[in-house]
Ligand binder design. Structure first.
Ligand code: NAD
Length: 485
């Protein structure tokens, strides 16, 4: 597990952003022990008092927003406006979570017997191991850390090897705002560091966001060394349906933002455009002509529309997927190749790409690309469109564009994903609602919203009988069993 983690500006291979020593097993053990010791007194604070510290985190993040955004842009390659959105998610999350500190925290229900109370309380799990990807290097650590703090936990975060410094900057802001220094630990490393954190005996819960294969490995290891609470937020293969009656201006804007925003590297990026044949050619032509006008380049330059992908390896992987799609019969309507940008030497740029003639069975229609590639699939009607959306191993986000209110509502009910948009692209979730997906996208947990607290707390069910006598649930005051006639 020795070695280093080196993050490099995806737009310029010569710009090393951060170098960190990779944590050894004993470093991870020490980090877990420090977090566990700090957690004991943090858990003793009243929840509204913890919430006040979290509110202060949000205020400090807001003060540091410009500086943090520039850093996200440099380390993760996001265009500056989207980097600012990444930081804003953390600020919004702090405001939401802080509010939850004075909101309902358990359930109180009627009891079936007299003089008896029944209710639940929530309790911290202890130390949470958090393993995060690089594509939302501030937002995703905040989605995990802030609710976990409110629930009274300590945490050890293993951020992506591509974005170690963004996560540190987030953790520093939390500590500067008043979170006890040892409560949030950040350890660096590659997969082996994440694996060591997952199996640590004092880590009761693991909150993982990343790809499906890694998620499977994390869950298997956590169960073998537990069982532990494991929440998985994994990949997507998100589809946008365009019906014949859709507002095509809206469709073009939504498809471009959904497919090429964050260079297609959101878990919710639009990867499949499922278009009614009646408007297929018009939609393809309009999206193609706008895609070719997108400015590719330095993500720090406010006039850039699309930045780089995370590294040259990822660029080459995307290119290989596009080539394989062509071999299967897809046609390149736009892009389809790496791009060199003179002002960004060694940058990992890939042209916004549109593939047509894609069919449901093609690999490009089934596998997550995680890059700026939009596959267009023609369909003949509503039922075929919905079946095509659902013919997919993933279930994160989907969208339908239509003016027919009945089709719109039907789609929200029949599409098998965790998030459905009507007349809006597949990206753009707000933090006050649950976020997550069905099928291979996750294991049923949700982040954000009120449900976001569930993975970080244990529920205790409490019965208080003040009748002064034995009362037997399901037995006393019940009619006797009579034989069926
Ligand atoms: P990844 O799976 O390669 O890595 C994620 C994290 O896991 C990294 O920190 C990595 O070091 C660590 N890791 C690798 N092997 C490990 C192991 N064996 N045990 C423990 N940790 C290990 O993912 P990535 O490339 O960083 O991120 C892209 C993926 O994340 C995409 O599939 C994307 O869809 C997904 N994602 C999902 C969501 C969501 O909320 N559903 C959000 C963002 C990204």
């Amino acid at each position: 597990m020795a070695g280093e983690v080196v993050s490099v500006n995806p737009a310029r291979s010569g710009d090393v952003v951060a170098t960190r020593r990779a944590a050894t097993e004993s470093d991870i053990d020490a980090a877990v022990q420090r977090a566990a010791a700090a957690q004991r007194s943090w858990a003793g604070m009243p929840i509204p008092a913890r919430a006040e510290v979290i509110a202060a985190c949000g205020e400090l993040l807001a003060q540091r927003k410009a500086e943090l955004s520039a850093f996200v842009s440099r380390e993760a390659g996001k265009v500056i406006v989207e980097a600012a959105g990444d930081v804003q998610e953390a600020i919004d999350m702090a405001a939401f979570v802080a509010g939850q500190g004075r909101a309902a925290w358990g359930e109180t229900v009627p009891c079936e017997m007299p003089d008896k109370l029944a209710f639940t309380t929530r309790h911290p799990v202890g130390v949470v191991g958090m393993i995060t990807p690089w594509n939302f290097p501030v937002a995703i650590p905040s989605w995990k850390t802030l609710p976990a703090l409110l629930a009274g936990n300590g945490m050890v975060i293993k951020p992506s090897e591509h974005a170690p410094a963004c996560c540190e900057a987030f953790a520093d802001a939390c500590r500067d705002a008043g979170v006890p220094a040892d409560l949030i630990q950040v350890v660096h490393g590659h997969g082996d560091a994440g694996a060591a954190l997952t199996v640590h005996p004092a880590v009761r819960a693991v909150s993982f966001t990343g790809s499906v294969p890694t998620g499977r490995a994390v869950a298997a290891a956590a169960m073998q060394h537990g069982p532990k609470l494991v929440s998985l937020e994994l990949g997507g293969k998100n589809a946008m349906v365009v019906m014949a009656d859709a507002d095509l201006d809206l469709v073009v804007d939504g498809a471009l933002f959904g497919a090429f925003g964050t260079a297609g590297q959101r878990c919710t990026s639009t990867s499949r455009l499922i278009v009614h044949r009646a408007v297929h050619d018009a939609v393809v032509e309009r999206v193609r002509s706008r895609a070719e006008q997108l400015v590719l380049g330095d993500p720090a330059d406010p006039s850039t529309d699309v930045g780089p992908v995370i590294d040259l390896r990822s660029r080459d992987r995307i290119d290989a997927m596009v080539r394989a799609a062509r071999d299967e019969g897809a046609r390149v309507a736009a892009g389809g190749a790496p791009v060199e940008i003179a002002s960004c030497p060694g940058g990992a740029f890939y042209a916004p790409t549109i593939l047509t003639d894609v069919r449901r069975g093609h690999r490009i229609a089934r596998d997550e690309v995680f890059g700026p590639v939009l596959s267009v699939i023609a369909v003949d009607g509503f039922d075929e469109a919905i079946d095509t959306v659902n013919d997919c191993a993933y279930g994160l986000s989907a969208a339908i564009y239509t003016r027919d209110v009945n089709d719109a509502i039907r789609a929200t009910q029949r599409i098998d994903t965790g998030i459905v948009y009507v007349n809006a692209p597949t990206i753009g979730a707000e933090i006050q609602l649950p976020f997550g997906g069905t099928k291979h996208t996750g294991n049923g947990y949700r982040e954000a919203g009120r449900r976001g607290l569930e993975q970080f707390s244990e529920t205790k069910t409490i019965y208080i009988d003040y009748s002064g006598r034995l009362q037997r649930a399901q037995i006393d005051n019940r009619p006797p069993i009579t034989a069926a006639t």
